[in-house]
Structure formats: C-alpha cells, structure tokens
Design a protein around this ligand. Sequence first.
Ligand code: NAD
Length: 252
Amino acid sequence: MKRFEGKVVIVTGGASGQGEAACRLFAAEGASVVVADWNGEGAARLADEIGGVALRVDVSQEVDVIAMIRLAETRFGRLDVLFNNAGVGHSESARFKMASIVETPGEDWDNILAINLKGCAMGCKHAIPLMVRGGGGAIVNNASIMGIAGVPGADAYSAAKGGMISLTRVLAVEWIEKGVRVNCICPGPVATGMTAPMMETEEGRREVIGLSPAGRVATSEEVAKVAVFLASDDASFVNGVILPVDGGWAAR
Ligand SMILES: NC(=O)c1ccc[n+]([C@@H]2O[C@H](COP(=O)([O-])OP(=O)(O)OC[C@H]3O[C@@H](n4cnc5c(N)ncnc54)[C@H](O)[C@@H]3O)[C@@H](O)[C@H]2O)c1
C-alpha cells in the first residue's frame, strides 16, 4: 500500500525545486496532488506529467489561497496534506533582493514577509478547517536554517523564516487535538533556482557551500523526502518539530 493512496496533497511553489520534487514523490506514493505556483505554466506542465491538478496562485494574496483550498475541496472533497513551500529571497520580477536591514527598502520588507510568512499563514488558516472536517491532516512548512540562526545579509528573509518557525509551534499546539499536525523543515543550501545565481561564481559557491559542514548543497529530493515523511502517517506522533535538513549546519 502506498503511503498517500486516497490522500489529497497541496504543494505551494510546486512548479520547481523542492516543491517539484515533493509533488513527484507524493504522486509516486499515490496522492492526488494540487501543484500550486505563481508560475502557472510550470505548474500545468508538472501536473500533466504526474496526473495532478495545477493552479496559478500567488500565496501572498489571501483570495488566491482561498481559491487553492476550494479547488481541493470541490475537486476531491478533502485535504490531507499542505506543504507550504512557496518562498522567495530575491526576485528579479518584483525587483527585491536579500540584504541587510539598513539596505532593505520598506516595500521589499513587505513583499518578502508577505510571500514567505503571510503566504504560509494564509495556507494554514484556510487548510485547517477543511482538514478538521475530514478528520485531520498534516501541514509541513518550509522555513530555512536562516530562521534558526543569524546569517548576515538576508534580514527580512530570515525574519520571515523565523516567523514560520514560531507559527509552526503555536499551530502544532493549537490543532493537534483536532487531528492536525504541523511541522517545519529548515533546509540548508539546496541546489535550486534560488541558489543558482550564487553558484555561478567561485566566491558565491564558496559562500553557499560554506553554510554546510557536509561541504555540498542538498538536492531537492533530499529535502522533499523529509517533508514527505513528516506529512505521512509514519510521522503520526511527530508534531511541532523544527527539523534542520542541512548536512549538520545547525549542529555547529
Ligand atoms: N534553495 C535553498 O537553498 C533553500 C534553503 C532553505 C530554504 N529554502 C526554501 O525552500 C522553499 C522552496 O524554494 P526552492 O529552493 O525550491 O526554490 P525555487 O525558486 O526553485 O522554488 C520556489 C517556487 O516557489 C514559487 N513561488 C515563489 N513565490 C510564490 C508566490 N508568491 N506564490 C506562489 N508560488 C511562488 C516559485 O515560482 C518557485 O516555483 C522556499 O520557501 C525557500 O525559501 C530554500
């Protein structure tokens, strides 16, 4: 029996990187997967490939998040798993970048918190009632090692990820009696579109890899497997955990 047979899973930021890897793993384990991403074309391509459903969503917009949860309800009648994975540190289209607080315009601060923290919060807000109606569920939030400790130069991003960690803890305590588990992963550097620009130069590569005692970045699959475990019944008594997936970075 596959672990997610008969289960409905939403992955935000599902079109690429860790989210894409998670969509593939959930689908391979029998789940009906909603691939939600602001890259609607990428989401549609992946959904076609894995037999899922795609939705163009900007997680910073509550109306989009409501539509995403409603899609799971109308199409499948339930929601078992939400992987709050969508996130950005820098964005060429929105023209903001990771920076120290004195270099971060207030508008960038708003955008970075809206996508990373509010997006996660709105996902939880609208997923939990549907999960409770179905008898329970599991939420996994994708934060970062930058939410655990101070890594200079990504101040708004780090604050947003720290907020996701606190939100995970409070929701885990609030909702476990109703059958909803809430956990959080904190990846170290992962080889995705997010780190790709830094990996182009020797200096950038040294900076990124220097974050990991393992001396390398993780693959998306290495991180996604941990998210899938936390979402599965194999983790049925795991709740409120903040789990580094970082090759030992947090152990230093
Ligand atoms: N790559 C790393 O080194 C690293 C380390 C720690 C944590 N993270 C976190 O992992 C998560 C996944 O990132 P990734 O590394 O796979 O990068 P990625 O850029 O490959 O994937 C991020 C996905 O999120 C989507 N997205 C961005 N903003 C969105 C929005 N407002 N609404 C909907 N979708 C949106 C993007 O289109 C993209 O498909 C992020 O939350 C990121 O902060 C990444």
